[in-house]
Design a protein around this ligand. Structure first.
Ligand SMILES: [Zn+2]
Length: 215
C-alpha cells in the first residue's frame, strides 16, 4: 500500500476516461461504457462498444503499451462475462472444463511488440479463476504466417482470404473433444475468430466460443 502510494506520486496514473488520479479506468467510468452490439455470430461475446472513445483508448494502451493495470481491469470484466455465460451453457450444452486460448500473434509481430495482449488477458483471467474451472492453453494455437493487418483490409472476403491458413494447432491430441474459449482484444468482422475456430474444430475441439473486450 505504502509502495503504491509512492509509485502513484512518482508515476501518477489517470483514468483514461475522466482523468481522475490513481486508476487507469475508474469503476464509475467503466460502468458508463456502452456495451457492444452483438456480433452476427452467436458464439462471439464482445463486451464493450469499440466506438466509445475511452474504450478505444484503453484498448490501444493495452495493445501497444501493454498497460498491466488496464489488462487487469478488462480481465475482470471478461471473467465476469465468461462466468455468467458458463452458468448457462455448462449444464445445458455440456460445456465443461474449457481451455482458454488467446488469439496468437505471428512471431514477427510478437518480436516487434514484445508481448501478446490476448495472452496477457488470459493470464489475468486465469488468476481470477479461483475455482480452477478454466485451463490455460499455452502454445496450442500458433500463427506461423505473418498476415497483413486485418484493420487495413476493407473487404470482408479479402479479410477471410488473408487469414486462411494463418493459424496452426500444436499438441493436437490434447484438444480432442475439448471445449474452447477464445480470447482476443477486439473483434471487427469476426474473421480472425472464425478462422481460429475452423482450425480448432479441425483439430477435434468440441464447442468453441469467444470473448473480446470490444466490438
Ligand atoms: Zn473515470
Amino acid at each position: 500500500m505504502f509502495l503504491n502510494t509512492i509509485l502513484n506520486i512518482i508515476f501518477p496514473t489517470h483514468c483514461v476516461s475522466c482523468g481522475i488520479l490513481g486508476l487507469y479506468f475508474c469503476s464509475e467510468c467503466l460502468s458508463k461504457c456502452p456495451y457492444a452490439e452483438r456480433e452476427s455470430a452467436e458464439w462471439i461475446f464482445p463486451l464493450y462498444d469499440y466506438r466509445h472513445p475511452p474504450i478505444k483508448k484503453a484498448v490501444w494502451l493495452i495493445k501497444y503499451k501493454g498497460k498491466k493495470k488496464l489488462i487487469g481491469v478488462f480481465a475482470e470484466s471478461l471473467y465476469g462475462r465468461i462466468a455468467e455465460e458458463l452458468t448457462e451453457i455448462a449444464v445445458m450444452e455440456n460445456f465443461s472444463s474449457p481451455i482458454l486460448i488467446p488469439i496468437p500473434l505471428s512471431r514477427k509481430r510478437l518480436r516487434e511488440r514484445g508481448f501478446n495482449q490476448a495472452e496477457l488477458l488470459c493470464k489475468e483471467i486465469i488468476k481470477l479463476d479461483k475455482n480452477k474451472f478454466l485451463e490455460l492453453g499455452k502454445n496450442i494455437l500458433t500463427k506461423p504466417k505473418d498476415t497483413e493487418h486485418q484493420a487495413r483490409i476493407r473487404d470482408r472476403k479479402l479479410r477471410l482470404k488473408n487469414l486462411t491458413g494463418s493459424f496452426e494447432v500444436k499438441n493436437e491430441k490434447n484438444l480432442k473433444g475439448r471445449n474452447i474459449i477464445l480470447i482476443d482484444d477486439v473483434t471487427t468482422t469476426g474473421a480472425t475468430l472464425s478462422e481460429a475456430k475452423k482450425v480448432l474444430r479441425h483439430a477435434g475441439a468440441r464447442k468453441i466460443i469467444a470473448f473480446t473486450i470490444a466490438h
